[in-house]
Structure formats: structure tokens, C-alpha cells
Design a protein around this ligand. Sequence first.
Ligand SMILES: O=C(O)[C@@H](CO)OP(=O)(O)O
Length: 329
Amino acid sequence: MAATFFHQLVAGLNGLGIDVPSFGSSRIFGKLPSTRLFFNSSHHKLHPVLASISHASAVDPTSSHSISHDSSTESTLILIRHGESMWNEKNLFTGCCDVPLTKRGVEEAIEAGKRISYIPVDLIFTSGLIRAKMTAMLAMTQHQEKKVPIIVHNESEQATLWSGVYSEKTTKQSIPVITTWQLNERMYGDLQGLNKKETAEKYGKEQVHEWRRSYDISPPNGESLEMCSRRAVAYFKDFIEPHLESGKHVMVAAHANSLRSIIMYLDRLTSQEKQVTSLELSTGVPLLYIYKEGKFSSRGSPVGPTEAGVYAYTQNLAIYRQQLDEMSH
Ligand SMILES: O=C(O)[C@@H](CO)OP(=O)(O)O
């Protein structure tokens, strides 16, 4: 009954010239008579490294997904800063130190998951740090599609080949997770492990604010936001954007400063703009972007699973949500 209704709805929207994407290999859209179930690698702008290993089929973890590369394809990008960590709680400079979530951080990650539970996710990128990995996993426990996140071994071609999931059925029930150091928090140098308040008392508030929020001034022996941006934004452009371009829905779980630099790129903020120094990301709050025709539009933060607002932004999200609802009833 629901499927018939849905086919009619899709046929109706297609007839009106409204694009209904295949949403990767989701079991929902897998049932649909998708018009774009092919993958033409010549149009696929994956970074050469990823593209070359994707021939092994195990390495492009999404290679068995239906990839659409129509330039009018719309895809979603969710950015999440990790939940509260033990050093956030103690107000310590954390940087690249690998500190776990607090109980509150775990709850924030679960809450974030509820807020995105009706938004499609085909592929997850996280930093190499446990607080971001945990946040992504915990958030996905809440997702309506109930897919299992699987970390891809991407350190070598051989490792990826050996750890590939070769069952098509299992692949459809899982979400590949790619972890990478380029999304790590900026390295805070000599400040790592120091208390932020005590450091401000010792060196002065202005100095500490400059270390924490300026664009091109580095903390002693650490990375400036600009340096962090050089690796995080380069990674985003080379390895994440091609997936969005090919119609994949992506979630990125990372950190205050690595995400700030990516947001600067997405929102086209220059380093002179005040928003950069005043941009503060709360722990565990998901941010939604829509990628269409090479442009990113910020759609704020999804409020909650019962909130209609964010789904009204695009036909595709509304349809996806409706179909998930129909499946769960
Ligand atoms: O300590 C850190 O690593 C970061 C993020 O928590 O702090 P700040 O807000 O000072 O950049």
C-alpha cells in the first residue's frame, strides 16, 4: 500500500520535473525505479588516491551503492562537533590529545542522533580521535535506517582489500566510516593539558583569546586555524566533496576548530570576517548543509525528530522522512 503510494508520489514528482534522488543504496530507495542507477567513473571527481583504490571495490566503501552523478543531484552534509569530552569538562586545552567523552558527552551524541534520525547518511567521516568516533557511532544508534557503522581500514590498499565487506546484503545494512587525522582538532602545542582559565590569568585574557580565536596566529608550538584549515579543508575538498558531488549523503564528526575551518570554506567566510573569530560550535550539535549544483547552503541545526521545519527545505528530505515513517509503521 505504502509502496504503491510512494511510487505514485515519485512518478508524480518526476512528471513535474522534480528530481527524486536514489539516496544511495538505502533499502528505501533501492525499491524505487531509480532513473540514475549507474556510475560513470569518468564523471566521478574522487581524489586520485581514492579513485585508484576504488578499483579494488572494497576500498571505495560505497562502491556498491547506487552512485548518481547528475549535476542537479542534491545531497546532504551533516557536521557534528563531538559531545563533551573529559577535558572539555575540566576546561583544559585538548587539541590532539585523545580524550574520551563524559557521560554528558555520550548523552549529547545520542541527542544529536535523534535530531538527524530522519536525514539520509550514506557515508561517515570522523577524525582519528575517540571523542569524534564515539559521537558518530552513538548518533547512528538513533538513526531510523538502523544501519551499522563499520570503520574502513584505509591505511593501506592491502588492509582495505582484506577488510572489505563483500556481501551486498551486508553492505546495504551498514554504513562505511572513514577515520582520518586531517579532521583532528588543531594541535594546541604547549597549551595542551593546561587549564584555560589559569592560562588566561597567567598570560592575559587578550593573549589567550588571540591564541584561541585568531586565524593566523598560532599558540606556542601549535597550529593556527589557518594551518589546521590547510589540512582539514584540503581533505574535505579532495575526499569528501567528490562523494557529495556524486549524490552521497555524508556525515562528518570532528572538532571545534577543524569544523570551524570547514565552515569557513562552506560559508565562504574570509579570514577578515568577524564571524570567524566569533564562530563557536557547541558540543554535540548537528549542522545541516544541502549540496546542490556545486554550492553549499546552510540549513542550520535540525531541531528534533518531531520537528517538521528542516524537512520542508527540500522535497527530497520530506520524501525520505515520509518513507522512513511509513516503514516503521
Ligand atoms: O581545547 C581545544 O582543543 C579546543 C576545543 O575544545 O578549545 P578552543 O575552544 O580553545 O579552541
